[in-house]
Design a protein around this ligand. Structure first.
Ligand SMILES: Nc1ncnc2c1ncn2[C@@H]1O[C@H](COP(=O)(O)OP(=O)(O)OP(=O)(O)O)[C@@H](O)[C@H]1O
Ligand SMILES: [Mg+2]
Length: 300
C-alpha cells in the first residue's frame, strides 16, 4: 500500500494531540534536519509524556521517523496533513483507486460528499534517487528527507500555477480545484494517455495532432508558457479532444532556453504521430505555427 493510501485510512483515527505534534514537526522542517523533542514541546505546549505517546503512534503509522537527534516528517505524514486539510474543507471525502504511479508522483481518484470524482496528485520527486541513496548509505538521511518534502511542495505550487494560467488562456487542461502542501486536486479526465490509445481508437489522427499543436500555440501565445515535458505520456485523449497534463516544469516563453524546450515539445509530439499513425509533418513548420510566426498549419 502506498503512503497516501495508509494516510487515507488512518486520518480518521488521529486525535487532536496527534495532529498537534505532527503539525509542530511540520512547522520545523525548514529549520531542522531532525526536529528535537524540546522544539516539539515548545511548539505544542503538551506534556513530554503525552508527546512521546503521540510520537509513538505517529511513528507506528509511518508518519514520522525517529533519529538520534529527534524526529523527521515522513512522506506519509505530509500526505496525512494534506488529505486532512482537503477533508476539512469538504473538498474530498474518500480516496479510491490509484490511477497513476510515476517517477515523480502518485495519482489517485478521489470522491467528495456529493459523489463527484476528481483526481489527487501527490508529488514524489526524488523518490527513486532517494531510494537508491537509502540503499547505498543503509540509513535514511534526515537532511535529504525534509529537503525533498520542500521540493515536492514547490513542485505542487508550480503545477497549480501552471494549470491555472494555462486554463485561463484556454488551453485544454484539467480544472485546478485546490492545492495543499505537495498535493494538487484537479478534475478527472476520462481518457487514457495517448501512448495507450490504439490506432483504431483515434478516428482522425491528423485532427488530433493539429488540436494538440493548437493547444501548444495557445499556451505559448496567450499564456507565454511552454509545458516543457510534452510527450504521449502527458497528453490524455478522451475520444474527442486532447488534454495536456503535468505542468510543474513549465517555463516562460522568454526563458533563455525557450526555443530549445519548445522545439523538444513539438518534436516529441510529431515523432509520436509519425511512429504511430505515419503522419509526416515538418517540425520547423509546426514550431513556426506554435510560436505564431505562421498563422496557418495544414497537415498532410
Ligand atoms: N487530471 C487527471 N485525470 C485523469 N488522469 C490523470 C490526471 N492527472 C494525472 N492522471 C494520470 O496519472 C498519471 C501521472 O500523472 P502526471 O503525468 O501528471 O504525473 P508524473 O509525475 O509525470 O508521472 P511520471 O513521472 O510517470 O511522468 C498520468 O499519466 C495519468 O494516467
Ligand atoms: Mg507525466
Amino acid at each position: 500500500m502506498s503512503s497516501a493510501q495508509v494516510a487515507a485510512r488512518t486520518i480518521k483515527d488521529l486525535e487532536e494531540e496527534d495532529w498537534a505534534v505532527l503539525e509542530a514537526i511540520e512547522r520545523s522542517i525548514s529549520s531542522y534536519e531532525s526536529v528535537p523533542l524540546k522544539t516539539i514541546e515548545k511548539e505544542t505546549s503538551l506534556h513530554e509524556d503525552q508527546i512521546n505517546f503521540r510520537l509513538g503512534r505517529l511513528n507506528y503509522f509511518g508518519f514520522v521517523l525517529r533519529t538520534k537527534f529527534g524526529y523527521v516528517l515522513n512522506t506519509g505524514g505530509l500526505d496525512a496533513l494534506a488529505l486532512n486539510s482537503f477533508v476539512k474543507k469538504d473538498l474530498i471525502s474518500g480516496m479510491g483507486a490509484s490511477i497513476g504511479m510515476g517517477k515523480e508522483s502518485d495519482v489517485f481518484e478521489v470522491i467528495n460528499d456529493s459523489g463527484k470524482k476528481s483526481v489527487i496528485k501527490f508529488y514524489r520527486i526524488g523518490r527513486t534517487s532517494f531510494r537508491s541513496t537509502r540503499k547505498t548509505r543503509a540509513y535514511l538521511s534526515p537532511q535529504d528527507q525534509h529537503q525533498w518534502l520542500e521540493i515536492n511542495i514547490g513542485a505542487a505550487q508550480m503545477e497549480a500555477l501552471g494549470l491555472r494560467m494555462a486554463r485561463v488562456a484556454g488551453v485544454s487542461v484539467p480544472e485546478f480545484i485546490a492545492r495543499d502542501r505537495h498535493a494538487v486536486l484537479m478534475s478527472e479526465i476520462d481518457g487514457p494517455m495517448l501512448y495507450r490509445c490504439k490506432v483504431e481508437d483515434v478516428r482522425n489522427p491528423k485532427v488530433l495532432l493539429k488540436d494538440i499543436l493548437v493547444n501548444l500555440r495557445i499556451s505559448y501565445m496567450k499564456a507565454d508558457m511552454i509545458n516543457g515535458d510534452i510527450s504521449e505520456f502527458n497528453i490524455l485523449f478522451d475520444g474527442n479532444k486532447p488534454w495536456i497534463i503535468d505542468w510543474p516544469q513549465f517555463v516562460s516563453s522568454s526563458h533563455a532556453n525557450a526555443d530549445e524546450i519548445l522545439r523538444r515539445d513539438v518534436d516529441n509530439t510529431i515523432s509520436f504521430f509519425r511512429r504511430k499513425f505515419g503522419i509526416d509533418l515538418d517540425p520547423e513548420t509546426a514550431t513556426s505555427y506554435v510560436t505564431g510566426k505562421k498563422s496557418r498549419l495544414s497537415i498532410g
